[in-house]
Design a protein around this ligand. Structure first.
Ligand SMILES: [Zn+2]
Length: 359
């Protein structure tokens, strides 16, 4: 199997050091600062950084005056020492990116796809789009991450009944792709991939990333960690029933928030779509007491302002009703634009290196 020669298993302490090198950026960080920030002894830090330099993951970034008088050597991450490919597999399109260790996108591809054309055709399209990026990653490639519509089993990389495409129930997407591409593959829900990308990119605390595109999903980050749940099925946000005996949904139920929201989008009623999305966001806020709501996906990208305003209005209402300490939860557009899911999918491979993996 091709792929990275970076040791797959690293110690927790090495991951801490690597994450500090990553977040320090090009300016770098001294060994003394690394020791202070990790709580490790300077000797332990020296041992770890020596090994990272041998492996080509860290390099000297010059010298900097230190309080002790003697200038301290500053170290930085070597971003192109490792790569990952991130793919968004949507119902009607594919996006792929090649990403360096620090999250920088060095190549991006886009193609149309029809999920209804069947697994064989879809696999072929993914391999065609990602194959070149996999090759470009070469020896430094850690693998390929895929963000796909849920529900699915993240642990085994198996799709469940994708809304609108029940024929994919049980399809082993991870293993089928790993066999074709010859590199490790990790599969997660598109909304979880986007949420992971945001968490690694610096969004802290607890937040929900709501994705509105061909479907409606939510990625939940609770205490800096993506919350997937015991069967990795958490965040099936779109199929909460908000209208008993409401219009039928592709999932087989009625009155799902996804059905109501997509119907409003289809008839051009952005204000109503935003209000429905806001009701879902408000339910989440009440259940999980999150700090922030981020909106992503291409329907949001097409009209960000009315969606932010509409969702915020429903959350404001809730805060007013609650009174007391109930402060309004901020709503923002998720950074990353239409590549948010693909970039986050690449983090399925990169994040564990920096100790940012999760359940
Ligand atoms: Zn539904």
């Amino acid at each position: 199997m091709a792929g990275a020669n970076l040791p797959a298993m690293r110690s927790h302490n090495t991951a801490l050091v690597l994450d500090l090198l990553r977040t320090a950026g090009e300016g770098g960080i001294s060994r003394l600062e690394l020791a202070e920030r990790t709580g490790l002894t300077p000797q332990a830090v020296s041992k770890i950084t020596a090994r990272l330099r041998e492996e080509g993951l860290a390099a000297e970034a010059g010298r900097r005056a230190s309080t002790g008088g003697k200038p301290a050597t500053v170290l930085r991450l070597v971003p192109d020492a490792g790569h990952a490919v991130g793919i968004q597999l949507d119902r009607d399109e594919l996006r792929a990116v090649l990403v360096e260790l620090d999250g920088t996108v060095v190549a991006a591809r886009h193609a149309e796809v029809d999920l209804g054309a069947g697994a064989e055709a879809v696999l072929g399209a993914v391999v065609e789009l990602a194959g070149e990026l996999v090759e470009r990653g070469g020896d430094t490639l850690l693998g390929v991450g895929v963000g796909a519509p849920g529900p699915l089993d993240h642990t085994h990389g198996v799709l469940h009944r994708v809304t609108g495409f029940p024929e994919y129930d049980g399809f082993p997407l991870r293993d089928a792709l790993a066999e074709r591409l010859g590199v490790p593959v990790v599969v997660d829900k598109d909304s979880n991939a986007a949420a992971l990308g945001l968490a690694v990119g610096g969004e802290g605390g607890s937040f929900a990333c709501l994705l509105l595109g061909t479907g409606l999903g939510a990625g939940l980050v609770i205490g800096d960690t993506v919350h997937r749940g015991a069967r990795t099925g958490a965040g099936e946000f779109g199929h909460q029933v908000v209208q008993l005996d409401g219009p039928p949904c592709h999932c087989g139920d009625r009155g799902c928030i996804e059905a109501l929201c997509l119907a409003a989008v289809a008839r051009g009623d952005v204000a109503e779509a935003a209000r429905v999305l806001g009701v879902g966001a408000s339910n989440l806020a009440g259940l999980l007491d999150i700090d922030l709501v981020l909106l992503g996906g291409r329907t949001i990208a097409a009209a960000p302002e009315p969606f932010v305003r509409g969702v915020a209005a429903v959350l404001d209402e809730r805060a007013r009703r609650e009174g007391g300490l109930g402060t309004t939860i901020p709503v923002r557009v998720a950074p990353g634009g239409d590549r948010g899911v693909a970039e986050g999918a690449a983090q399925l491979l990169l994040a564990p290196l920096f100790g940012r993996a999760d359940g």
